[in-house]
Write a protein that binds this ligand. Structure first.
Ligand SMILES: Nc1nc2c(ncn2[C@@H]2O[C@H](COP(=O)(O)OP(=O)(O)O)[C@@H](O)[C@H]2O)c(=O)[nH]1
Ligand SMILES: [Mg+2]
Length: 907
């Protein structure tokens, strides 16, 4: 095995025992491994392995080889065929693999071995089938750009999207356009900009692609005045890029195309461009900060490579086009072509032949035996070989074949448009379309075998548009009249397909009628979330998303997933902002809020069922994290578990456990740490709290249950039906709601009892930590490690003194690197410093505030309302919580006093 570059840590497990050897190897060493190892994990954290040499094949006893997340590795070795004991090979996240292509490796060792066997017996071809993904707002000029690029006549093509256009050229779902370059095919995926189609992008996100963002500066200008600059660039393209980069964190830098150059004077255009890049930089820096935040599970969630760069866009990746054909189109085309050649995949000749056979098929899907029959002439060794090839084609986005889904495994969809058409039928809210459908009923009743008259159709359609629930009758009617899914069997296929994308949930209403729910379309929101008197215990976890914002429909997919996971429950309600599942013994709520990038799951139950409630909560949290982690690998989730005891006793500010170990996704998939937690939570404010309120406890022993019941009997104040509304509410004590005195007044009216609680303990010299001799990174780490010290539970106040060189809004470490004050403040807000939540904190800063002052960017970050680091976003969430729900005051900032020296005039 050849290892390039500095340190690599190899952890070797012998006989599956714990790690016994940690070797540090320096610079360009070749490591020879003798043959005793059974299990070898090459850690991803330092991913410099470029290729595996044959010597690994000499490890005859090796059973498990873990190469996960070595994202620079480009090839494996055919020697894998000659390792008799190897049964597992993990290549997940090794996205640069081209030999075998990553899409093969996803299929595991079995597929990889098949690949090498087929290479050996029939040779290979080299292909570079790149996809170009065009994203951007609707009407930005994507379709016109693609048509111009694939056209060979050197003419500018423009769609006609004016109101009086004869043909409606709006892109529905997405279009695929092909450009043949020699033996290779460049595929342009032109996404429909309308938000409603976003949930369909997941088909195409399987492979690495060349991302192109299309921006119409006129739109940016409008948004700039409607909202603010940062929000405008987010809407214009950052939020679109999430689709691509969260799913494929290894993607290269995006290209940027400005359209509508002709609509501006040269000066006007330049001015707008400058504004655009100014805000781009501001948001980019912010996301970088969030991306690199240590608060996230660095080991489980991947970082986005591009966000480690200096700039969002490289100079050479920016193109400007207008309404006429110019040289710039030729340049763009040739750059795309040369980029596509960067990834050349080695594919067995036989596989290529099978893939090409699909081009001659008619229709849109075939059964597996039919496909087998059609490729019969290629002398495949067995069915299994075809399975490997099909799953490679599925993983690389050439067809859709769900081999693990029972209802779909017998079908191979090779024309993806059949699926996008299906989506368009169901996923539409366009008034005109519905009225056309209605008039079709009137005109020809023979075409409408299920729905008999216009009134019936109208009622069903209105119900869907309002509630997101589509009755089975309407669903079948649409399929029969508008798609090629016409027989009852095919309807099952259509439903299974939509279910597999977590777009739709099948359920029976109270009268046992079947309907399909698409939470996306529900117009209603949960408003009243008052906890029940019979279910006093409320367990909850908040999840905050940092980094690039996950697309809105991801939240809906999580809702559908939860519904599917918890099928048994008797009552279900679906709304636009979440779902509620109710049973005799418990109520589970999932609520999400796209704007504040937050998702909350809570379960309420009676004392007896606490074990079950924990099971539901842990299962739901794990399944959510697992789903996000596998599909949106670069999403950053911070989990906050709220103390279930605090609200019971009317405590206004529940203790928060940040990323408790039981919330963390397991790195190795299945087994999740639940009971074996070594550090159970501790409610900082109260003693003698039953453990089952603080930490997952699945079974209560007799006396534990008794203790909990007694505790609840003496302490529980049932909430009145007042006040709790909105998406992100947590039960707080009734006092909060009913009190005539505002929190502010309550806080200042200290009683003599409060005063006697204050004790002063002198600080010794040794216990003062000095930060100023540290580098900027160390300063932050030092403050962070201090905030994690449980000792602060026992203190009532926190002082932080900062004496350093600095500039406006920042101080400097010894390495002259800036530490932004906002970074420091966010480290000590209530979310990140829960032990001091709600207690006074004083920051004294003595530093210069002159010179190369904090950039405009930084100020924008501070001013921006809708973009922030995870810490800031946590802070903002609480602020919104406070505003929208109970009138509870936000203690994240209110408990912070900042004293700043002012040397501005001296300099
Ligand atoms: N003047 C001008 N119009 C453009 C340009 N690019 C696109 N358009 C027009 O903008 C509208 C939207 O274009 P289209 O390509 O359909 O946008 P899409 O929604 O992003 O696919 C159409 O009316 C186009 O003719 C351009 O560079 N200059
Ligand atoms: Mg379009």
């Amino acid at each position: 095995m050849v290892v390039l570059l500095s340190q690599i840590i190899i952890i070797v497990y012998i006989f599956n025992l714990a790690c016994v050897l940690v070797a540090t190897v320096v610079l360009s060493n070749t490591i020879y491994l003798s043959g005793y190892f059974r299990c070898l994990a090459i850690m991803y954290s330092i991913n410099y392995i470029i290729y595996l040499l044959g010597s690994v094949g000499q490890l005859q006893n090796l059973r498990y080889l873990d190469l996960a997340l070595n994202s620079q590795m480009t090839s494996l070795t055919p020697q894998l065929l000659s390792m008799p004991n190897l049964t597992r090979l993990n290549c997940s996240g090794c996205v640069s693999l081209t030999s075998p292509p990553y899409a093969v490796c996803v299929g595991g060792l079995h597929a990889i071995r098949q690949y090498y066997r087929d290479l050996r017996s029939g040779g290979h071809v080299e292909v570079s089938e790149a996809a170009v993904a065009l994203v951007g707002r609707t009407l930005s000029g994507k379709t016109s750009l693609v048509k111009t690029l694939v056209g060979s006549d050197g003419k500018r093509k423009l769609t006609n999207r004016t109101a009086d256009a004869v043909e409606d050229e709006t892109t529905r779902v997405f279009n695929m356009e092909k450009l043949v370059v020699g033996d290779n095919v460049l595929q342009f995926i032109d996404f429909g900009g309308n938000e409603i189609y976003q949930s369909t992008y997941q088909f195409t996100l399987k492979q690495n692609c060349i991302p192109i963002v299309v921006v119409n500066l006129m739109e940016f200008e409008t948004l700039y005045f409607e909202m603010n600059g940062n929000e405008a660039v987010r809407c214009t393209y950052f939020d679109w890029l999430s689709h691509l980069y969260l799913a494929n964190p290894g993607l290269r830098a995006p290209k940027l195309v400005f359209t509508h150059r002709d609509a501006y004077s040269a000066d006007g255009f330049e001015q707008l461009k400058r504004l655009f890049f100014f805000h781009t930089k501001s948001v980019f820096n912010l996301i970088q900060l969030e991306e690199n935040s240590e608060w996230n599970y660095s080991s489980s969630f991947t970082r986005i490579s591009h966000f480690q760069c200096q700039e969002m866009f490289q100079e050479q990746d920016i193109y400007v086009v207008g309404d006429e054909y110019e040289e710039v189109f030729d340049q763009l085309r040739s750059h795309i072509i040369s980029d596509s050649k960067l990834v050349v995949k080695k594919v067995p000749t036989l596989w290529r032949k099978v893939a090409q056979t699909f081009n001659s098929f008619h229709g849109s899907y075939k059964t597996f035996p039919e496909v087998l029959q059609l490729v019969f002439g290629y002398e495949l060794a067995n069915e299994d070989q075809l399975r490997v090839i099909l799953s490679y084609m599925h993983n690389s986005g050439h067809l859709i074949w769900y081999q693990d889904r029972e209802s779909l495994q017998s079908l191979v969809f090779y024309d993806i448009s059949v699926v996008t058409k299906l989506l368009h039928v169901v996923f539409t809210h366009e008034k005109e379309l519905w009225s056309n459908r209605r008039s079709a009923i009137e005109a020809d009743s023979l075409d409408n075998p299920l729905i008999e008259n216009e009134t019936e159709f109208n009622n069903l359609a209105q119900e869907f548009v309002r509630t997101g629930e589509m009755s089975e009758k309407l669903f079948q009617h649409l399929l029969i009249t508008e798609t090629s899914f016409t027989t009852s069997d095919k309807i099952k296929v259509a439903v299974a397909l939509l279910q597999s994308f977590q777009l739709l949930f099948k359920m029976k209403d109270s009268s046992q009628k079947l309907s399909y729910t698409m939470p996306y379309f529900s117009q209603e929101y949960f408003t009243d979330l008052t906890a029940s008197r019979r279910q006093p215990v409320k367990l909850s976890v908040d999840m905050l998303f940092g980094g690039l914002t996950p697309p809105q429909y991801v939240y809906h997919q999580i809702s559908v997933k939860l519904l599917n996971d918890l099928q048994d429950c008797s009552e279900k309600a679906v709304r636009k902002n979440g779902v509620e599942l109710r049973d005799e013994a418990y109520t589970l709520q999932l609520l999400h809020d796209y704007k504040s990038r937050k998702l909350s799951i809570s379960v309420t139950s009676g004392c007896r069922r606490v074990g079950n409630a924990w099971k539901m909560l842990t299962t739901s949290v794990h399944s959510t994290i697992k789903y996000v982690n596998s599909t949106w690998r670069a999403s950053k989730i911070t989990c906050i578990n709220l103390c279930a005891h605090c609200p019971l006793v009317g405590e206004k500010r529940p203790k928060r456990f940040i990323n408790p170990s039981w919330c963390q996704p397991s790195e190795y998939g299945e087994s999740l740490p639940m009971t074996s937690d070594s550090s159970p939570g501790r409610c900082g404010t109260y003693r003698d709290v039953p453990a089952c309120l603080l930490h997952p406890t699945f079974q209560l022993l007799g006396d534990e249950l008794q203790k909990l019941s007694d505790f609840v009997k003496t302490n529980f104040k049932p909430p009145d039906n007042i006040g709790h509304s909105g998406a992100a509410t947590h039960t707080v004590g009734t006092d909060d709601v009913l009190s005539d005195v505002s929190d502010e007044e309550e806080d200042t009216s200290s009683t003599s009892e409060d005063l006697t609680k204050l004790t002063l303990v002198p600080t010794t010299n040794q216990s003062i930590k000095s930060l100023f001799i540290n580098t900027s990174k160390e300063i932050l780490e030092c403050i962070q490690s201090e905030t994690r010290d449980e000792i602060h539970n026992t203190y009532g106040m926190f002082f932080l003194f900062l004496f350093a060189h600095g500039a406006n809004g920042m101080i400097h470490g010894v390495d002259s690197q800036p530490v932004y004050l906002t970074q420091i403040y966010s480290l000590i807000n209530s979310t990140n410093f829960p032990n001091m939540a709600g207690k006074p904190k004083v920051v004294v800063i003595q530093a210069c505030r002159v010179g190369n002052s904090v950039s405009q960017t930084e100020q924008n970050i501070q001013q921006s309302t809708n973009s922030s680091s995870p810490e800031l976003s946590a802070f903002r969430t609480h602020q919104q919580e406070a505003e929208t729900s109970t009138g509870q005051r936000n203690f994240d900032v209110d408990d912070l006093l900042i004293l700043h020296s002012c040397f501005e005039r001296l300099a």
